[in-house]
Each structure stands twice: as structure tokens, then as C-alpha cells.
Design a binder for this molecule. Structure first.
Ligand SMILES: C[S@@+](CC[C@H](N)C(=O)[O-])C[C@H]1O[C@@H](n2cnc3c(N)ncnc32)[C@H](O)[C@@H]1O
Length: 341
């Protein structure tokens, strides 16, 4: 059964994307698992993850309209575990308050080989942490749990997957988000920068792309349409989903890379942000999400957005273009209300 517009489907993107009607999607925008240990990716190996992304990118070739776009929001992996690395060692001058030296600890260990860290600490009159630091050095590359980690760039892997699929990389932008100080405990123990930006990689399906310079106002072109760096806040309360992107991200992508009445796809739909942005911008959407709980969340978000859109029409200039969409959404709201979906 082909997937219908203005629905969120529960399932694996790899299984459901072949059901999207061919050449029907003007713009696909999504943020996949980042391979950073979130609950919804807990059991995936690095190979599973790259395999998932490559397969999903390849499945876009037939479903994108010629001239259409796939936009992937993703970040580099800042604490990529690599046990083959030498241990990173750092001496933090501010923290080196205890006079106990590594030689003291080694001598105590030799004299009392059965002592554990706690007993050695008591013997030497220092903290267990000092014993650990003198023996193992400080873990300057952080990661809260892993010791040997490095930065892993993901753009090259995506670019190659796009090329293999026949979707060349068309452009890239950077989203400057809130600085994640609280997730960056390592910054006091290293020279690393705090995590505060992500990427948008834009892939293009060869074909005629309509360039409509009137789709944004001159102010919008100057402020973000023509700009490589976008700055807006992250979602502050990830209380119902652990990795939402802000509405502004899919909203800008949708305005730039599709036209009113087009269909927008998100196959890692999460809490439904892309669908809500599509509704607000007068586009149809198709959503795919693996987790039944998130599907529920996304459907509720769409129902609320569709209700708002249907009852509070957009600005007068957009009304004529958005009218068919508005009528479809009204029908959708009625269907929800009557329990038909
Ligand atoms: C980074 S989150 C997307 C968040 C979304 N942009 C939002 O604003 O709520 C990635 C989502 O992909 C879903 N997911 C993971 N593997 C999937 C798969 N194979 N097929 C479909 N969805 C998947 C996860 O459950 C998660 O909700």
C-alpha cells in the first residue's frame, strides 16, 4: 500500500520508504540517530549505524522529485570510543593540589600489593581520585564514561553515501545552537571546545529545480536564506523526546527547498517537528518513526498544528496558495475528532 500524505507511519524507515510513491517528495528533511548512545540507538554498532544511514539515503533516489532535495541535520561525534588509541594524559595544574606523587603511590602499592584504591588513599592521606589520577592520568578527552575517545567527522561518510545513491552534495550549512556546557564536563580537563554547532547537508536529485526568488522576502534572504550559518536556540525542554530539533530548523528548510502544496518527508520523525513545520508552511507531509510512543506524540502534535492552522489562517498573501492544504487539514482535524484515524 503506498504511503498517504498527511500521515505518520510507525515502522522502520528502511521498510517503509519503498512504499512512498515514486518522485512524490519535493523535500525530505530529517535528523537521524547520531550514534551517541541515546536510548533509541542503544544497541546499534557503528557499522549498523552507517549501514542504516547509507540505506536510507539510497532509498531516497526514487522517491524524490527530479530537482528535489534531501536535507540531513547531524553533528560530528565528539567522543567516539577508540580503544586502539594511546591513553590521553593531561596534567591539570589547577587540580594538582595534593602533594602525593605518582612515585609515592607506586611505592605504596609495592609495599601493600593487596590494598585497593580506598586503602591506598587512607594510607597516603589523600583522595581515591588522587590515587586514580596519579596511576592513570587525567582523561582529557572526556566522554563521561569512555577513556580513549576521539572526534569522528560524519560528513564524508554521508557525502559518499549520497554519491553512491546518485544524490550529489549540493550545499551545506551550519546551525549554531545553544552551547551544551552541561554535557561537556571535559572542558575543564582539556583544550577542547564546547559542543555548540551542527550541520545541514543538502543533497540534490538531478533534474530541473525551480528557482523562485520570491519564496522568501528580501529580509529573509539576507538574514538566513543566503547564509551558510544559521543561529537559533535549541529545544530547551526535551521532556517528551530526547533529541528534538527546534521548529525553526525544518521551517527554514521547508520554505527554502519546497513550495506550498509540495509534500515534505521525515523518515526519523521523532516528536513530529517536521510535520508541524510543514503544516505551518502550507505543505503536505509524510512521517515515519520507529517508536510507537513517539508516533503517538507526533500524531498529537500534528493534530494540534492542523487545528491551529485550520482555525487561524496564514497571512493574506499566502491564503490562496495554502487554501487546498487548509481544506485538507480541516478534513484531517474532523477525522481525528470523529475518531476515524
Ligand atoms: C534525532 S531523533 C529525531 C527527532 C525529531 N527531529 C524531532 O524533532 O523530534 C531520531 C528519531 O529516529 C527514530 N528512529 C531510529 N531508528 C529508526 C528507524 N530505523 N526508522 C525510523 N525511525 C527511527 C528514533 O526513535 C528517533 O525518534
Amino acid at each position: 500500500m503506498p504511503l498517504d500524505i498527511n500521515h505518520i507511519y510507525q515502522g522502520d524507515a528502511r521498510q517503509l520508504l519503498p512504499e512512498v510513491p515514486p518522485a512524490s517528495i519535493a523535500c525530505s528533511v530529517w535528523s537521524p540517530p547520531y550514534h551517541v548512545g541515546k536510548n533509541y540507538e542503544a544497541n546499534a554498532t557503528y557499522e549498523d549505524w552507517t549501514g542504516l544511514l547509507s540505506e536510507v539515503i539510497a532509498l531516497h533516489k526514487p522517491i524524490l522529485k527530479p530537482g528535489g532535495f534531501l536535507v540531513i541535520n547531524i553533528a560530528d561525534i565528539l567522543c567516539f570510543p577508540d580503544p586502539a588509541l594511546p591513553r590521553f594524559q593531561a596534567v591539570n595544574l589547577r587540580r594538582q593540589k595534593s602533594p602525593i606523587t605518582r612515585e609515592d603511590v607506586l611505592a605504596a602499592k609495592e609495599a601493600y600489593p593487596d590494598y585497593n584504591r580506598d586503602q591506598l588513599a587512607k594510607l597516603l592521606g589523600c583522595s581515591e581520585q588522587t590515587i586514580d589520577r596519579r596511576l592513570n592520568g587525567n582523561n582529557i578527552r572526556g566522554g563521561k564514561y569512555a577513556t580513549q575517545t576521539r572526534v569522528h567527522l560524519v560528513g564524508g561518510m554521508l557525502e559518499e553515501a549520497g554519491s553512491r545513491a546518485g544524490l550529489p552534495l549540493y550545499d551545506r550549512r551550519v546551525w549554531v545552537k545553544d552551547a551544551a556546557w552541561e554535557n561537556s564536563k571535559w572542558h575543564t580537563l582539556s583544550y577542547r571546545a564546547v559542543d555548540e554547532f551542527e550541520y545541514l547537508y543538502i543533497f540534490w536529485k538531478p533534474g530541473a529545480t525551480v528557482i523562485d526568488r520570491d519564496k522568501l522576502t528580501p529580509k529573509e534572504w539576507t538574514e538566513w536564506g543566503s547564509r551558510a550559518v544559521w543561529t537559533f536556540p535549541s529545544v530547551r525542554a526535551n521532556d517528551d523526546h530526547e533529541a528534538k530539533f527546534p521548529l525553526e530548523l525544518p521551517r527554514r528548510v521547508i520554505k527554502l527547498f519546497s513550495a506550498p502544496g509540495d509534500t515534505v518527508l521525515d523518515c526519523f520523525m521523532g516528536s513530529g517537528t517536521t510535520a508541524v513545520a510543514a503544516i505551518c508552511e502550507g505543505r503536505d507531509y509524510i512521517g515515519i518513526e520507529l517508536s510507537p510512543a513517539y508516533v503517538e506524540l507526533a500524531r498529537n502534535a500534528c493534530r494540534d498544528a492542523a487545528y491551529r492552522f485550520a482555525t487561524h489562517p496564514p497571512a493574506p498573501a499566502a491564503i490562496s496558495q495554502a487554501r487546498p492544504q487548509q481544506l485538507r487539514l480541516l478534513e484531517q482535524v474532523n477525522a481525528y475528532t470523529e475518531g476515524r484515524t
